[in-house]
Design a protein around this ligand. Structure first.
Ligand code: SAM
Length: 280
């Protein structure tokens, strides 16, 4: 399939000497059918500013632009990719800006964006979870972004969407995401779709912020889940020791069995625990 008249991605990678670097989580997508599927799964992009973390040689960037995004802001740490991205910028005048930096250093509130915006990214696996928890744990809510369409390792994707019905995967990430977002795994991507192929299956996840999640202090919630899941095989009456309140009284106050284990406790009860601690 041809979505534009730019050169094939393999040629771009060769032309600019973009041999993949493991330290930068570089597993590139060359198949524009697949990148178009990811871009489409983010919904209607017309009038949308899209922030893309790690555009690399630009496979997903091209698909997002071809899907009609008003503007793409790409944040890329690897300066070797900049010349390749300049070619895309020239092909789509005034629709692609690149910020050449580490996405972990960005102050998202300081980013000037007009109109609706969302995040789409084939995330570098080494920083993907941290980026997500920084966005979702932000002091400002709702966030600037209407949605996040992100590629993760399948195992991380399962933890993002997990509930007590999936006790094996349910943990701190599931509580944080379940509290403030609706998250859904859209589809899997096999290793052979990437260059070089990773050892694991990947999944595209769509995460939509809730406008009015239950009120709660994110730091207290994080502390509670750290204790509860830090010793996940223990009962809460044991694992919640050290939170500054008798754990049995704390559980009784919010109608949780002190003998329950963290993996059986739904998100709203973790929120209630955090709020009860803050009421002290
Ligand atoms: N979007 C491209 C694709 O789908 O083919 C590349 C995806 S590759 C999995 C991850 C990209 O993120 C690489 O281009 C890498 O250089 C970039 N990257 C890695 N760490 C980064 C960071 N901390 N901030 C911004 N970009 C980063």
């Amino acid at each position: 399939m041809s979505i534009d008249n730019l050169p094939p991605l393999r040629d771009i990678v060769e032309k600019y000497g973009l041999a993949a670097r493991k330290s930068l989580g570089q597993n590139f997508l060359f198949d524009l059918n697949l990148t178009s599927k990811i871009a489409r799964s983010a919904g209607d992009l017309t009038d949308m500013t899209v922030v893309e973390i790690g555009p690399g040689p630009g496979g997903l960037t091209r698909a997002i632009l071809a899907a009609g995004a008003k503007h793409v802001i790409g944040i890329e740490k690897d300066e070797r990719c900049l010349a390749a991205l300049d070619e895309i910028s020239a092909y789509y005048p005034n629709r692609l800006s690149i910020i050449s930096t580490d996405a972990l250093l960005i102050d998202w509130r300081a980013l000037t964006i007009e109109g609706p915006c969302c995040v789409i990214a084939n995330l570098p696996y080494n920083v993907g979870t941290l980026l997500l928890t920084n966005w979702i744990g932000s002091a400002d809510w709702p966030p600037r972004f209407e949605s996040f369409t992100l590629m993760f390792q399948r195992e991380v994707a399962e933890r993002i969407v997990a509930t007590p019905e999936n006790p094996h995967d349910y943990g701190r990430l599931g509580v944080l995401c379940g509290w403030r977002t609706e998250a859904k795994i859209l589809f899997d991507v096999p290793p052979q779709a990437f260059n070089p192929p990773p050892k694991i299956i990947s999944s595209v996840v769509r995460i939509t912020p809730k406008i009015n999640p239950l009120p709660c202090n994110v730091n207290t919630l994080s502390k509670v889940t750290q204790h509860a899941f830090g010793q996940r095989r223990k009962m809460l009456r044991q694992s919640l020791k050290g939170l500054g309140m008798d754990p049995i009284t704390l559980c009784n106050n919010v109608e949780i069995e002190p003998t329950a284990r963290a993996e059986t406790v739904p998100v709203d009860k973790f929120v209630a625990l955090a709020n009860r601690i803050d009421q002290q």
